[in-house]
Design a binder for this molecule. Structure first.
Ligand SMILES: Nc1ncnc2c1ncn2[C@@H]1O[C@H](COP(=O)(O)OP(=O)(O)OP(=O)(O)O)[C@@H](O)[C@H]1O
Length: 505
């Protein structure tokens, strides 16, 4: 038989089958058809050794989009783009990048622990007449997974879990991250108002560009990774999946830069919580409840935001306040001080960190920053609440090397030795070092920048020397002052006794 004859034979068989199927669908009463179909499936099931699982796009009465469908779509976007022949492109991250997924009625093969399985993407087009150019809402999309029945346990036990987890991770990667700031509560009343406003988070800082001792940096990265992967651990010990970081150090040492690097590293959103615009603990609670999982909540300059510095109420103060609230006369005598009630308190914040969060689910990191760690109430920063205290300090030689690579793209230079010596002798923040490394004009080359930095370091060293001399002088003067006043006292007493003696005489 020639190839042509084979094809025409196959064509006529297919046409015959399709005709038979059309007649079957058209003329058999539906209940009879269902019976026949069920028997046919059963009969096929005896000889057909494969199992199929379907994952529809929408489920439930309210036809909500199924989480598993999205996760599978994301999972397949990684493998499908390499294997499928027909792909669909979708833009993500505000049109900054494209994600490819397999088109309808395509099939790809996947492999898991040596087992082969097949994914197909299916579309059943609605039979209802529609006049729209857009896809009908009655169209049904679903993924179908096919595998050999001997692998049932592996697939239903581990493979599907693996697909869902991977899919969610891909979704997190593709997500456009946001930087939120809280709106003043006076604006919350509006029916469309939200408690947080956001912009796209596009801070370029990473741990690579962060100037810090490499070992310390590695430690922080490991800590973050460990936290991110510890969902089961936190569930097992019955604690909320959260971690607190306290970043402290002088201004310009990179506290904000560190937060941006953390967010980029973990792929988290950032909520910048401005506490001074939060009226009271109830508002604080509402704000924090509205934060999403996979986020870093930042309270900058905690010592300035609130009176959180050790002035927690004593039992007596609390009792007085309770009595005051209960007794209108007392309240009037006190002058109806409303401001006391309209404040976020340390205990409110601590309660939230400790308690409420447990109910929120999803991982969250809370970061406090301060320039004056010694001012903070120990209760606020005790381990368990603030799990890790990170000191952001003045620029060391290792930090300088990161900055010079970032700003001038230089790995080594003969002037590095002088910079190293000066950095050991004087204190300069990474922000100031960075400022000096930035070329001020087009014709300023790397050498000129390094010379500028050396000059600035020498000046800083000289200023520090003068300042410490002045301080020494002030100390010495202060130490001499009591001695001098003690002397005059002695002299006065002596004079007095001389006068008394002469009076006696
Ligand atoms: N450790 C660092 N690594 C890289 N860049 C840094 C570092 N520290 C400071 N910088 C640079 O200095 C600028 C100011 O730093 P940043 O705002 O992070 O400091 P900060 O400690 O948060 O200061 P403040 O306490 O005033 O908020 C940043 O834009 C960054 O370019």
């Amino acid at each position: 038989m020639t190839a042509f004859e084979t094809w025409s034979h196959l064509g006529s068989v297919l046409a015959g089958l399709m005709f038979a199927w059309a007649v079957f669908k058209q003329y058999f009463p539906p209940h009879l058809r269902m019976h026949i179909e069920a028997y046919a499936h059963k009969a096929v099931g005896h000889v057909y050794p494969y199992i199929q699982i379907t994952f529809p796009e929408f489920t439930g009465e309210r036809l909500e989009r199924c989480e598993a469908y999205s996760a599978i779509q994301n999972y397949l976007s990684t493998s499908a783009s390499a294997r499928a022949k027909r792909l669909k492109a979708e833009s993500v991250k505000d049109s900054q990048s494209l994600v490819l997924s397999m088109d309808e009625n395509e099939e790809v093969v996947d492999e898991f622990e040596g087992v082969k399985l097949w994914w197909s993407s299916n579309l059943i087009v609605s039979q209802k007449p529609t006049f729209s150019l857009y896809p009908s809402p009655d169209d049904r999309r679903f993924y179908r997974l096919t595998f050999h029945r001997s692998h049932r346990d592996l697939i239903t036990g581990s493979y599907i879990k693996h697909v869902l987890e991977k899919g969610k991770a891909v979704a997190a990667d593709n997500r456009q991250r946001k930087l939120f700031t809280n709106n003043p509560s006076s604006n919350w009343g509006h029916y469309k108002a939200s408690k947080w406003s956001h912009v796209v988070f596009e801070h370029p800082a990473t741990f690579d560009t962060l100037a810090m001792e490499p070992s310390k940096k590695r430690q922080i990265m490991n800590d973050l990774l460990k936290f991110q992967q510890a969902k089961e651990y936190y569930a097992r010990i019955g604690k909320a999946w959260k971690r607190g970081y306290l970043l402290y150090g002088p201004p310009g040492t990179g506290k904000s830069t560190m937060i941006a690097a953390m967010a980029n590293f973990l792929n988290y959103d950032v909520y910048d919580l401005e506490l001074t615009t939060v009226k009271d603990n109830t508002e604080l609670r509402k704000l924090l409840i509205e934060t999403s999982a996979k986020s870093i909540i930042v309270i900058e300059d905690i010592d300035c935001s609130l009176d959180l510095t050790g002035q927690r109420k004593t039992k007596k103060q609390e009792k007085d306040e309770d009595e005051e609230k209960a007794d209108p006369v007392k309240r009037m005598v006190k002058g109806g001080d409303e401001s006391k009630d309209s404040k976020v308190t340390l205990s409110g914040l601590l309660n939230f960190i400790d308690g409420l969060w447990s109910a929120c689910g999803g991982e969250r990191i809370i970061v406090f920053t301060t320039n004056y760690v010694e001012k903070l109430d120990p209760a606020l920063i005790r381990r368990g609440r603030m799990d890790k205290h990170i000191e952001m300090s003045y620029c060391c030689y290792e930090s300088f090397k990161v900055l010079v690579r970032n700003y001038l793209d230089v790995e080594s230079h003969p002037l590095f030795a002088t910079v190293r010596r000066l950095l050991e002798e004087t204190k300069m923040t990474p922000a100031d070092v960075a400022e000096n490394l930035m070329p001020k004009s087009d014709d300023e080359d790397e050498e000129a920048c390094l010379e500028g930095l050396i000059e600035a370091l020498e000046k800083a060293k000289e200023d520090a020397r003068k300042k410490s001399e002045e301080e020494e002088e002030e100390k010495a003067a202060a130490a001499e002052a009591p001695a001098a006043s003690a002397m005059t006292e002695k002299e006065e007493q002596q004079k007095l006794s001389e006068v008394k003696e002469s009076d006696v005489r």
